[in-house]
Design a protein around this ligand. Structure first.
Ligand code: ADP
Length: 460
């Protein structure tokens, strides 16, 4: 329930965007709205009350207690806050309700426009299993495994695993954020693993359904950014490599993906854009693939803006968040596929408030902060000295993004930037990033998704 009253909106002719999110992406959306001349308002939880980035919005009201389930995930509270603040459009950011089709429906039913695809398209492409089925039908190669959830019958599950061949990976059908996944190497481990993954899937995502696919031993994570308008135009904006991950969560992202045949990327990118046209997709989105031995295998689609969108913005010169808002308002894409050119290289390091040794979150008050700058450096953060990192949410507090004419230049600028970055009051993984950027495997380019964990094990 909103806990503060509305303020008068005296600019009825100018559209208002409600930010249904927090932190750095809320600020990123505020910035895009400013560029477009839109009014922008935020909903915040008790834990975020007084957060400095909220001062940059035109208005903000409380949507509930600190627990995300009672605020950022509370559909009625979010809708009511957006209505009180006279919102025309709702930006869900990433995480929270950003891929929740019930939320998309609630926004539409309340007479507002969600900045993202319609609920039915979200259901079709946001659900991992349905998206896989849709991609198989569209002729896009997927990781081997059925395009349906697993049956209850254990013998049938065993037969599926035998058919795919071990190792296999079990995944929560409603999963996200790298959680609810389990690798199974032998038939003996299958029953217990399936039970545990289903339990996790219920606990994290409220949906016990799980599915199975071949576990690829040394793939890279390569993804395609797309954007589509409501006039039948869909384009792809290049690729990103997000293979540097810890426990399936991305740590470093870059664009373009090093050492991959550009004509193969273009072929995959065209297919992604074509699928968007076929399904009537509107908005920004990402097709995620695993890439191994020169082959792309679709794993899932994210029907929202992603954390790593800035690397694509730096190499294409586009403002993806502004484009995303514009297409939601019925605007036409301002560029055609022919006009998309990528130049140079960009690398993003996710700075988390966490212990660099144990990876345990390190919430608290930031006592002082110095952000890097200079040519080719962009820092997306909502943090300033005196700001609080709440314990309730994701620990990412900043993204340090470096652009260079070449990958070598981008790497070198990223390192200079990390050396300049100072954060006191909470622990951060900045030094870890600095080590990773000079790690020979990463410098060479094209590491697999298991590289970080292998590097960590070798270091110990
Ligand atoms: P989430 O939605 O939780 O991010 P994804 O399906 O995108 O889940 O997978 C996240 C990560 O898990 C991938 O980037 C990759 O590192 C790993 N992964 C997923 N599927 C496989 C697979 N079939 N084989 C090997 N690794 C996988």
């Amino acid at each position: 329930m909103p806990c503060e009253g509305a303020r008068v909106n005296d600019q009825q002719s100018i559209q208002t965007v409600f930010v249904a999110n927090r932190g750095e992406i809320a600020l990123r959306i505020i910035r895009a709205c400013r560029r477009l001349g839109l009014r922008v308002v935020c909903g915040f939880s008790e834990a975020d009350r007084g957060a400095p980035y909220l001062d940059l919005a035109d208005d903000a009201i409380c949507i509930g207690p600190a627990a995300a389930s009672k605020s950022y995930l509370n559909i009625p509270a979010v809708i009511q806050a957006a209505q009180i603040l006279n919102a025309d459009l709702v930006h869900p950011g990433y995480g929270f309700l950003s891929e929740n089709a019930a939320f998309a429906e609630a926004v539409a039913n309340a007479g507002m426009v969600l900045i993202g695809p319609k609920a039915d398209v979200m259901r079709r492409m946001g659900g991992k299993v349905r998206a896989k089925a849709a991609m198989i039908a569209a002729g896009v190669p997927c990781v081997p495994g059925p395009d349906s959830t697993l049956p209850d019958d254990l013998e049938a599950v065993k037969a599926i695993a035998d058919d795919i061949g071990y190792p296999v990976i079990l995944k929560a059908a409603g999963g996200g954020g790298g959680r609810g996944m389990r690798i199974v190497r032998t038939p003996d481990d299958l029953a217990e693993a399936a039970m545990l993954t289903a339990q996790e899937a219920t606990r994290f995502f409220g949906n016990p359904d799980i599915y199975m696919e071949k576990f690829l031993e040394r793939p890279r994570h390569v993804e395609i950014q797309i954007i589509a308008d409501s006039h039948g135009h869909a384009i792809w904006l290049g690729d990103r490599d997000c293979s540097m991950q810890r426990r399936h969560q991305k740590l470093i992202e870059e664009a373009p993906a090093p050492e991959i045949d550009r004509s193969l990327i273009a072929e995959v990118g065209e297919r992604c854009a074509a699928s968007c046209r076929e399904i009537g997709y509107v908005g920004a989105g990402t097709f995620e693939f695993l890439y191994e031995d020169g082959q792309f295998y679709f794993i899932e689609m994210n029907t929202r803006i992603q954390v790593e969108h800035p690397v694509t913005e730096l190499v294409t010169g586009l403002d993806i968040v502004a484009m995303q808002i514009d297409v939601a308002r019925g605007g036409r894409l301002p560029v055609t596929q022919d006009q998309i050119t990528t130049t140079g290289h960009a690398i993003e390091c996710r700075i988390n408030a966490e212990d660099p040794e144990t990876f345990a979150p390190s919430p608290g008050r930031i006592t002082s902060m110095h952000l890097p700058g200079g040519p080719g450096i962009r820092v997306d953060t909502h943090m300033v000295a005196g700001a609080e990192v709440p314990a309730h949410y994701d620990s990412m507090i900043a993204k340090v993004i470096a652009f260079g004419a070449t990958r070598t230049e981008a790497l070198s600028r990223a390192q200079t930037a990390l050396a300049e970055l100072r954060i006191a009051g909470v622990k951060s993984n900045a030094a870890l990033h600095d080590q990773l950027l000079s790690e020979p495997g990463f410098v060479a380019g094209g590491v697999s998704i298991h590289h970080f964990e292998q590097w960590l094990a070798a270091r110990e």
